[in-house]
Design a protein around this ligand. Structure first.
Ligand SMILES: N[C@@H](CCC(=O)N[C@@H](CS)C(=O)NCC(=O)O)C(=O)O
Length: 182
């Protein structure tokens, strides 16, 4: 069977990622991440503390509904449009950059109060930012993040983590990304 047909059987929207874990078939990346952490590293979900787990949930939602749509709108145009053989939509980039700057002001205020997003402990709320931020920081608009000292320090610490560096090897930027299709 064609891999795309298999994917459509596993994921009703025909998208990646999908995780099969025993009898469980999961889709939606954040639900998959929660499952994996619940099983293997519950402390990263703030488990054991009602306050910690509530704050992890808050910042996971912020990533999903505020940061990701805005940063993703820039990344799609700057990184993926050229690979899809179409011109960038500069109006979409400008609109999303405007939204992202406002979102990042909230991050700057939050990260000036606590070392990580959910509090003074690393959590999946921080880690879930890695993929979209990695691609965003590979665009010419990275200065938007670099201008905010607390966001910048948070991002640099996150990106320097050995696990993040390992994941980044599978996420080449620019010419490296294009090479995958050659
Ligand atoms: N909300 C979903 C979004 C999944 C998604 O957008 N997947 C993209 C790749 S990153 C995809 O499969 N796109 C192909 C398509 O939509 O046909 C999640 O977080 O898992």
């Amino acid at each position: 069977m064609h891999p795309l047909m298999i994917l459509c059987l596993l994921q009703p929207f025909g998208q990646v990622p999908v995780l099969e874990d025993g009898d469980l078939t999961l889709f939606e990346s954040r639900a998959i991440a929660r499952h994996v952490f619940r099983k293997h590293k519950p402390e990263l979900l703030g488990a054991g503390s009602l306050e910690h787990s509530a704050m992890v949930d808050v910042w996971l939602e912020v990533e999903a509904h505020q940061l990701h749509p805005a940063a993703g709108g820039v990344v799609v145009e700057c990184v993926f449009a050229p690979l899809l053989g179409r011109a960038r939509n500069q109006a979409a980039i400008d609109e999303n950059l405007g939204k992202l700057k406002k979102v990042l002001e909230v991050y700057e205020a939050r990260l000036s109060q606590s070392r990580y997003l959910a509090g003074d402990f690393l959590s999946v709320a921080d880690l879930s930012h890695f993929t979209i931020m990695h691609y965003f920081m590979g665009t010419e608009y990275a200065a938007v993040v670099e201008a905010l000292p607390h966001v910048r320090a948070w991002w640099e610490e996150l990106a320097a983590r050995p696990a993040a560096r390992k994941v980044a090897e599978f996420m080449p930027l620019g010419a490296g990304l294009a090479k995958k299709d050659e």
